[in-house]
Design a protein around this ligand. Structure first.
Ligand code: FES
Length: 455
């Protein structure tokens, strides 16, 4: 309608045009300028442990094959046959040394190289192109703590540049142990009738919806925090912490570990040494016998953050959310759950919610089984948390389709002006206090930067 892309996000007033949550033209542009450029999170290498293993995933609006070759290297290739455009793999995953297109039989190696076609002399008689030109389109791939990221931007920024300051914090989560993390079972998946950005901007560490949308967490069952007279306790102190934004739209929200220990275990954190705090609440996905590995893999400054104000929730731009959640157990202990979500775009008003559950490779089997079972019960497909989130996103998307609704703006008015706590050792744009809109706003600013850049 003539609105310039630069005007969709308005820095002077911190507003976003609501139509961005439903407009098909904007969606198409996002597929090129955002998902076609950034490093896309696709899965974890433990999903494809053996040579020939592969899974099929979405990278923006394109489907890709993620496979491991005989040498153990991980590859990401466009799942489009160069002959006539058929999907080369029509499966979700499996194991093969030969990906063979079912249409006319062109065949490809796990690294995407063209092998040949049936009755090759007859099929390939033209010889206009050599075999090297007939392979699958290959993406640039990086593994980070076992997480698989890929980009079509072959000459673009490195993965480390893309993460920027946020990497210092993500290392605390994903590179903290000797052998690293692995996924527990296949990811949980469900489709939500909502624009991917409704969930994506929430992944930039949106905190204060917890007080309202997830209020039941403080009122129901095991999770309830009650006053002595049985009434529901005030959860707002839980909303205080430290939030970190990045110029690349990544974000983290860190919560006071001492408060968490006191609430979840009843212990007095002032009486505990650092080691005792870690024993009381080991990082999610880690057994308490493993906490000695933390000092080997993290710097003293990273360890300081992990043992005082650890990341609880955050996101990797544009559509990945991670969450560290502690689940009280009937015996009084606490189970730490670590999940990674991707909100995969499936059209202007549809996203697929993909939820990976992780634990340390060295964690005992009994702990891994409990983490898997209880995380499935609590999150994602069958859980109560996030089914409530996924009720808001479709409403937001529908609102943005209304003749009047699409002319409204989203207002990011809660602004930090506090700065980092004294002695904070980490990089980035850091603010402390009650959770605000800043991290989501910086998410939108990077969205704007990418959407207005044609390169
Ligand atoms: Fe794949 Fe023809 S489309 S072999």
């Amino acid at each position: 309608d003539g609105t310039k892309i630069t005007d969709l996000v308005m820095p002077a007033t911190r507003e976003v045009q609501m139509r961005v949550l439903s407009d098909p033209e904007i969606y198409d542009l996002e597929m090129e300028r955002i998902f076609g450029k950034i490093w896309n999170f696709l899965g974890h290498e433990s999903e494809i442990p053996d040579p020939g293993d592969f899974v099929v995933r979405d990278m923006g609006s394109d489907q890709v094959i993620i496979s491991r070759d005989k040498a153990g290297e991980v590859h990401v290739m466009l799942n489009v046959c160069p002959h006539r455009g058929m999907r080369v793999s029509v499966l979700d995953g499996g194991n093969t040394q030969i990906h063979k297109c079912i249409y006319h039989g062109w065949a490809f190696r796990p690294n995407g190289d063209f092998i040949g076609a049936p009755v090759e002399k007859e099929c390939m008689h033209g010889k206009m192109m050599c075999k090297e030109e007939l392979g699958l389109k290959k993406a640039r791939v990086t593994l980070y703590g076992g997480l698989i990221f890929a980009t079509w931007n072959i000459e673009g920024p490195s993965f480390e540049e893309f993460l920027g300051d946020a990497k210092w914090y993500y290392d605390i989560l994903f590179k903290r142990s000797d052998r690293g993390l692995e996924v527990l079972g296949p990811p949980q998946r469900f489709v939500v009738r909502a624009n991917w950005k409704a969930a994506g901007e929430q992944s930039a560490a949106d905190g204060f919806h917890t007080l309202t949308l997830h209020r039941w967490l403080g009122e129901v069952g095991n999770y309830a925090k009650k006053n002595d007279d049985g009434t529901s306790a005030d959860l707002s102190p839980e909303m205080y912490g430290v939030e970190i934004s990045s110029p690349h739209g990544h974000a983290l929200r860190c919560i006071d570990l001492a408060r968490k220990i006191s609430r979840l275990t009843g212990l007095d954190p002032k009486e505990l040494s650092v080691q005792q705090k870690l024993d009381a609440l080991p990082p999610a996905g880690m057994h308490k016998d493993m906490v000695e590995q933390l000092a080997r893999n993290l710097s003293p400054e990273q360890l300081q953050v992990l043992t005082t104000m650890p990341p609880q929730v955050g996101g990797i731009f544009p559509n990945v959310l991670f969450g560290f959640v502690y689940i009280p157990q009937p015996d009084g202990s606490v189970l730490g759950s670590l999940t990674l979500h991707a909100y995969v775009p499936r059209g202007p008003d549809k996203l697929e919610f993909v939820n990976w559950i992780l634990a340390e490779k060295d964690a005992p089997q009994e702990l891994r089984e409990r983490i898997l079972k209880q995380t499935i019960q609590l999150f994602g497909t069958s859980g109560m948390v996030e089914q409530d989130d996924s009720d808001t996103w479709p409403h937001m998307t529908l609102s943005a389709k209304g003749a009047m609704g699409k002319k409204q703006t989203l207002k990011y008015q809660a602004v930090y002006e506090t700065g980092a706590p004294e002695g904070w050792p980490g990089p980035g744009m850091v603010n402390e206090g009650f959770t605000k809109d800043d991290t989501q706003w910086h998410w939108w600013m990077y969205w704007r930067e990418l959407m207005t850049s044609e390169v």
